[in-house]
Design a protein around this ligand. Sequence first.
Ligand SMILES: Cc1cc2nc3c(=O)[nH]c(=O)nc-3n(C[C@H](O)[C@H](O)[C@H](O)COP(=O)(O)O)c2cc1C
Length: 224
Amino acid sequence: MNIIEAIKIRKSIRDFKTDPVPKHVIKEILQTAIRAPSAENSQPWEFTIIAGDILDKIRTANIEKLKSKAPPHPDLLSKGLPRDSVYRRRQIEIAKQLFGLMDISREDMEKRNRWMELGFRYFNAPAAIIIFVDRSLPYPRPIFDIGAVTQNICLAALHFGLGTCIANQGITYPEVLHEYAGISESKRIVISIAIGYPNWDFPANSVVSNREPVENISTWIGFE
Ligand SMILES: Cc1cc2nc3c(=O)[nH]c(=O)nc-3n(C[C@H](O)[C@H](O)[C@H](O)COP(=O)(O)O)c2cc1C
């Protein structure tokens, strides 16, 4: 698969086969992904890769927190988008696409809640990669670098027939990850990636998210 093809076919996968992902495969993905650039080669990324019973315990604890309406940790980057903005419009657009595919109506709170829980369960993936940075790093300095390595992981995963979903939902309650995965409190958890072999029968996995055409978001200067 060439680079252009990989970038074009990567998409968020929100349901997986139960087949485990071998440790050596995830290791190779990470070894490749850390070729990502980082400011002054600071390489701020650190990973904890979780599977098996511990991942199941984390899923359960996340759902308990969610159901008890525990507030998201203040570190969480996903604050709301401005009302009536183009960004909010795009957010609504992808939600409508996904709900349409999953046959979830606006009023069906039961189905909506079940859908929301999926992210907190790492979409039932056989493994989750948790990415974090040391709290001594001035924030938000490492975020750009984490974005680069995250995209590399998602692209490299394709080479092994794996799918991924980057998920803020999976780190909404970092205290769960500190407790069950033993990630030190001195680390700031930035993002999670669910990883596994895609279940292509799951309707939402056929989604193709929209993109604004380049001409709408670019200004060209000094070209013919
Ligand atoms: C930082 C970040 C956080 C995300 N968090 C979630 C999440 O919590 N739940 C989810 O279903 N998708 C999440 N996504 C996936 C986006 O919804 C998805 O990338 C976007 O809709 C574009 O779709 P695509 O990845 O299929 O191209 C996240 C993506 C990014 C980059």
